[in-house]
Design a protein around this ligand. Sequence first.
Ligand SMILES: [Mg+2]
Length: 294
Amino acid sequence: MTQKVLIFTDLDGSLLDHFSYSFSQAESLLSLLNEVEVPVIPVTSKTRAELTALRVELESHHPFVVENGAAVFIPENYFPTPPSDSDRVDDYFCCQFSKPRDHWIELLGEQLSAFGGEFETFTSMGVAGIQASTGLSASAAQLANQREFSEPVKWLGTDERKQLFVETLRQQGATVLQGGRFLHVTGACNKGKALQWLKQQYADSAPDSSFLAIAAGDSYNDIDMLQVADCALVIRSPVHEPPPLEHSNLYLSSQTGPAGWVEGVSWFLGAAGRPADMNSIEYLRKKLRSQCYG
Ligand SMILES: [Mg+2]
């Protein structure tokens, strides 16, 4: 059996720098992974519209997971046969784990009688309001607003009322994730479920191979994904503590953001004979070429 590696990665604060959103420190390793055909799969809270632009920069032709695990998009013709449980959406096969955004907007509308004036949504704020709340440019705010499976909520009331609000939504079938600035209202999805489903698609497409999943993330919303991966890479953050995680194959980076990403991915890939300089791209090139990772 051939052993193949899949890298599932969070973006903000992991592959992308928390402050500058740059991935320049990871560029050499990314091009090496491309060369040896190890897929790097974004698993993010971002929208498909935001990913579309970023995939061009990353020169990625691999599948990706959007809106915190709400849907997996697989480019058409990526696998020899269409993946299971998926629908054609534009140039992709899409497997969705959540009801569409409209459902969540409607559910939030129903909360106005009890919680009116205590919350705003992306829909009620509009692009200008999203910009004001996030500091994004108008075009970036517009891409962030192109949500398909979830609705971000800005809570304006007290913490006590927020708990009641969240509980009310949960009782009506919503999953409510606390992000940095917003509550994300979506379906029964998470990054871990998306990883497991997509890994299975790879396994089904190549029955003679075994797949090793490395997952990289820096926050609470990455825990589900890190937990179900074979190798869990926790990227240290410059602004918060690492998420608590118990895992038999865990690496906590000493560096932050993309530098920590390179450190940890190199560590896992080179684990059988770690070089003194763990970030040595040349060492990894030789190692990966001598094994059947491709
Ligand atoms: Mg993150």
